[in-house]
Design a protein around this ligand. Sequence first.
Ligand code: SF4
Ligand code: SF4
Length: 210
Amino acid sequence: MIKTMEINIEQVDSFLAKYGYFNKCLNGCSDCCHDYFYASVPEFFLTLHGLTTKPFNLDYFYKRALSTRSYFMHYLPLEIEHLSYKAPSLLAYKVNDFRTGQYINYPDLPPCMFLVNGRCSIYDYRPNTCRKYGTTVTCEYLDNEDFEDDDFTQVHLQPLYDNTALLDQSIETTPLPLWFFYSEYLKPELRSFVFKQLEHYQINNIEKAA
Ligand code: SF4
Ligand code: SF4
C-alpha cells in the first residue's frame, strides 16, 4: 500500500510540474502549519512510514501529539474520550470522526506536531490537505491557478484521493486529526500492533478496496 501511495503522489507531482503548478512550498515558509489537519488512516500510515525512513525519535513526536491532545481536551473532552475508547478498532472500522472540532474558534492553536524549527518533518509524506493547499489559490504565496473548477486538473489529482481509500476491504477511511492518530497509536500498549500493521502495508501492495 505504501508503495502505491508513493507512486500516486509522484504521478500527481509530475502532472502539476508539467502544467506549471508550483507544488513545493517556499523555502522557510510554514504559515499554514499553525493549525491542525485531518488525515485518513492510509495517510496516517504514510506519515508513520515517512518518520521511520529518517533517524527521528518517535517519542519526540508522541510527546508533541500528547501535548496537542491536552490542548484539545479542554475543548472536546467527550469526543476525544469516545475516540480513545474505540481506538483499537478505529483502524478497522469507520467510526465517528472529529467534525465537531471544526466549529470551534480556538485561541492560540498549537502548531502542527510535525513542524520542527519551521520545517515539516514529513514533507514528502505529508497528507493530502497540505499537498492540495499548496496547489490551489488558497496559498497566496504560490499563487497557482484555481483548479477547483478545472475538470482536467481535478481528474489528474484523482490518485491523491485514491490514496485515502487504499486499505483492506474491511477497513473504511476515518478522517481524524493527525495528532489524534499519534497520541493514540504510539501509546506503549498499541505501538507494536500499529508497527505490525505498518510493516504489512510496507510489504503488501494492497489494491483499492472494492
Ligand atoms: S502552502 Fe503556502 S503558506 Fe503553506 S507552507 Fe506552503 S508556501 Fe507556505
Ligand atoms: S504535515 Fe507538514 S506541511 Fe502539513 S501542516 Fe504539518 S508541518 Fe505543515
